[in-house]
Design a protein around this ligand. Sequence first.
Ligand code: G6P
Length: 601
Amino acid sequence: MCGIIGYAGTKRVDKVLISGLKKLEYRGYDSAGLAFITNDNNLEIIKSVGKISKLEEKVNKSNIQFGNVGIGHTRWATHGIPNEINAHPHTSGKVSIVHNGIIENYTNIKEELQSKGVTFYSDTDTEVACAYINYIYETEKDKIKCIQKACKHFRGSYAFGIIFEDDKDSIFVTRRDSPLIIGISDGENFVSSDVSAFLSYTKKYILLDHNEFAKVSSNSVLIYNDNGDLLNKEINIATWSDTQYEKNGYEHFMLKEIYEEPLVLKNIFNRYLNDISYLKDVDLSIYNNIHIVACGSAMHAGLVGRYLFETYANIPVTVDVASEYRYKNQIITDQTLVIIVSQSGETADTLAALRVAKSKGATVLAIVNVLGSTITREANIVIYTYAGPEIAVATTKGYTSQVAILATLAFEISRKHLTLDEKNKIISEMNNIQNILNYVLLKIEEYKDIAKSIYKKEHLFFIGRGIDYSMCMEGSLKLKEISYMHSEAYPAGELKHGTISLIENKTPIIAIATNKNLYEKTISNIKETKARGAFVIFITNEELDTTGDFYDIKLVLPTSTDFLQSLSVVTALQLISYYTAKERKCDIDKPKNLAKSVTVE
Ligand code: G6P
């Protein structure tokens, strides 16, 4: 989703802003732009629709004498189509602005300003915010106070990067809900939606909190609270390095991130299996019900968690998508544990769900990848996945690392119900996860063959029962996201209640059967589809491997306990999606219409 970069220093501003925008590309966008001060002290704007490379071309062709202060933006369209007029930065009077978020009451403000004679050119809420700040600036010449006054009028979420025509040395920033970080260096400072945009220049950063306001110049960063008090904020050091944002020889970030999974998961189990200090003295046994709340793949990780908590710890669990949970009647008691799952830690709906749960008195445990993200700052307990930066829009190591943490937690809560043998088996598998996944990665040719068998189809179904069904959900989403094939996941036993009418000659079905107790039942359901002409890709594990005439292609994966089986199956499904999208010549790392970090509702 929208990305912000800002720079005040001594380097040529266009170079720093373009390199920052390239790092923010992964968030998802459809247009981009820059506003900067030129060497002869003019404020200039350059925008373009499409890739950053097009903006860069425009910048390179211009004869402008670029200065050293400016702001840049990647826009993911919300209000108005992706065109140059709607692209950021927007300008009104003396103010230029870039924005991430949504100003919900922009229509009223627009009418108010129109009645005062202000003309608007774009369809965006951002231009309205810009015009409003400019309007306040006519009477309030203190820039921080002006922005504060304007923000009091805005409803919704925002991170703003602002430059004023009459202050050629500074960028002004503030945020409410949408992320914004300030990068600190000697003689130059940065602002950005995430650290990736300035990591090649500095690792030092300050996290701006809600309703804080900053004036960022080359030699100073002044941060104020809502009352105008000057704050002394902590400087953090980023642990992620710039090279982690490179493909390092892989054709796509998605492939690189899949190949990182064995090590990421090994590290998770090493770190958390025998050390529960991360729970900060919270006794998990006091909770008799759990709500898992998340979006997208993180919600699918929650489904695996639900299966494990219910099956092994005997605790009732609900799993909700955050956009639904936040508006329903959440039934929370003092024995409810709310588990929030989010790779980015910034997803707007997930953050709102966290706040609702907290306001109702729940203890909130968050499973998050991005250090210092907003969700980590608001949850009661945080468990980091430490998966490293994930750049491909479709999550891979993000998902498996969330499952690994949930499996560790479920194991911890279930210990008293498990026999010594069961415990030893799970621990030994957790310790061996790197080898298990490396073995799954060896089957590349099989994944490519499966991809070749399905890539020309437009419709596909995933079926499975129990925990296999939750793997189907994630496999199906992955395929949709990056290959644009229509795919649906169904509980195998439910297909006959309607959807089986869609099965025709050669309709592809990916059927997953790794669960011993449900295996026979799933095979019966697969046979029902085969009898109607389906082309069946059968995925099972070594223990249950069988031959028969109910499948066309068989993929046999290593056998694991329920706690870990989804890790190897979903890794295989990620690779099947990857090679299918490749056959279909899709833009794998940046699928159309999708954003990595969804910071609007
Ligand atoms: C977006 C991404 C998905 C992700 C979801 C939740 O839709 O494209 O891959 O699963 O957001 O993101 P989060 O950062 O909260 O895990």
